[in-house]
Design a protein around this ligand. Structure first.
Ligand SMILES: Cc1cc2nc3c(=O)[nH]c(=O)nc-3n(C[C@H](O)[C@H](O)[C@H](O)COP(=O)(O)OP(=O)(O)OC[C@H]3O[C@@H](n4cnc5c(N)ncnc54)[C@H](O)[C@@H]3O)c2cc1C
Length: 307
């Protein structure tokens, strides 16, 4: 692990106290339970604290990486250099403005919580998100979706900090050019809140859709082992899981990582798996599927940090 300038750590600590943690092991913050130490993990609780962290890092020329719920990342065993920011409690508020079915959710709000609270208020548009374990910020970045729905369908605007100017900025949905599992955010843009426009609907229909999403997930996905959801994006008109299964790779292992027998597009951590083991399985899946099907699988999980 590289040492960050002591003056930088001190400047950040003077503002956020022990929510700045040098050497914090990131496996504690990822759904895979994998990832080495961050040079410095910071959990700002307010917009002012966040602005201070970002401007201090910029002043020292140190890279900043955002971590949401850590449910779509594979962090290298060498950890992450620079400052890793995980938004804290102050970014976990939901503000309802109803009518007309608008809601503003902080980037640290759990997407599933937002979906459930929306349904309980008679607001539809996020039912498919039941069971997606990420935050609103991560879901926006990834354009998270399932069963025909995706975040893009209900986003009105994104609030955040523009890295170029370190000032608050807002991006309207049409400028985010949403695509399958991506949003065109400016590089380094920190999402602090998302404004959604939902729609009124009858309670019964919404609950049914939510229950159905939950049941489909329970039926299709592995349970009991840490994972990061779908490893690869689905190629056009096909499913990555089907291609990996057809390639005979269900149950393939590398160390403590295994391609799930239940769903071939999931890699599970049997306990103590390392990032390089997961990566080795990803490489095998890409190569064998390419050889058998002529399709090059593109990772959905974000590979970050030092390898
Ligand atoms: C069991 C399981 C099931 C899943 N099912 C689905 C599914 O059905 N559909 C689906 O789409 N995904 C699914 N996922 C993947 C994952 O939950 C989503 O991609 C989720 O949106 C990621 O959110 P996160 O907060 O965990 O982001 P992270 O994994 O922490 O980060 C993902 C990316 O977003 C960036 N980011 C995070 N927060 C911010 C922010 N505030 N500002 C700017 N950038 C940010 C990070 O830098 C990173 O590049 C699943 C994962 C698991 C473990």
């Amino acid at each position: 692990m590289e040492a960050l300038p002591a003056a930088l750590v001190e400047a950040i600590r003077s503002r956020v106290g022990d929510r700045a943690r040098p050497g914090e092991v990131l496996a504690r913050h990822t759904s895979f339970r994998i990832g080495g130490p961050a040079d410095l993990l910071v959990v700002p609780d307010t917009a002012d604290e966040l602005a201070h962290v970002l401007s201090t890092a910029t002043a020292f020329g140190v890279r900043v990486t955002l971590l949401g719920g850590g449910s779509n990342v594979l962090v290298g065993d060498g950890g992450m250099r620079g400052v890793v920011v995980k938004l804290g409690r102050g970014f976990g508020r939901i503000e309802w403005a109803d009518p007309p079915a608008r809601v503003r959710a902080g980037a640290a709000v759990q997407l599933g919580r937002l979906a459930r609270e929306s349904v309980s208020r008679g607001l539809a548009g996020l039912e498919y998100a039941e069971g997606i374990p990420g935050t609103v910020g991560g879901a926006l970045f990834m354009n998270a979706g399932a069963y025909g729905g995706e975040v893009a369908g209900v986003v009105e605007a994104v609030e955040g900090i523009d890295p170029a100017t370190a000032t608050p900025a807002e991006i309207a949905a049409p400028d985010l050019a949403f695509a399958y599992r991506r949003a065109a955010l400016p590089r380094g843009f920190v999402v602090t809140a998302v404004r959604f426009r939902l729609r009124r609907d009858v309670a019964g229909g919404m609950r049914e859709r939510m229950d159905e999403a939950r049941m489909r997930r329970i039926a299709a996905q592995p349970h009991g082992h840490a994972n990061a959801g779908s490893i690869f994006k689905n190629p056009r008109d096909d499913h990555a899981g089907r291609l990996i299964d057809q390639a005979g790779l269900k149950g393939a292992r590398a160390g403590r990582a295994r391609i799930s027998e239940r769903h071939a597009n999931f890699i599970v951590n049997e306990g103590g798996a390392r990032a390089v083991e997961v990566k080795a399985l990803m490489d095998v899946a890409q190569r064998v599927v390419w050889e058998r099907s002529g399709v090059w699988l593109e990772p959905e999980v974000q590979l970050v940090g030092s390898w």
